[in-house]
Ligand binder design. Structure first.
Ligand SMILES: [Zn+2]
Ligand SMILES: [Zn+2]
Length: 75
């Protein structure tokens, strides 16, 4: 599989990751690592855990423009 971003610039690079948001394949240059906090709620013991997400350039850009909303999600 080839990097989607690279194909828009006449470059062909082997993909190293798949974007967790849109599913596009991305090469190491176009892969952006984001760390997000995920809340897991157990009775009397709410814990936050940091998870790694891999995004393509486009989704990383969209994510950066999104206002950070620290809303706890259960599950
Ligand atoms: Zn690329
Ligand atoms: Zn994406």
């Amino acid at each position: 599989m080839h990097c989607l971003e690279c194909t828009t610039t006449d470059t062909r690079r082997e993909a190293a990751a798949v974007c967790s948001a849109c599913g596009a394949a991305a090469c190491p240059t176009h892969t952006h690592e984001l760390r997000t906090e995920v809340w897991s709620q157990s009775i009397g013991n709410p814990t936050v855990r940091v998870v790694r997400r891999l995004h393509c350039s486009e989704c990383a850009r969209l994510e950066a423009h999104r206002a950070p909303t620290p809303s706890p999600t259960i599950g």
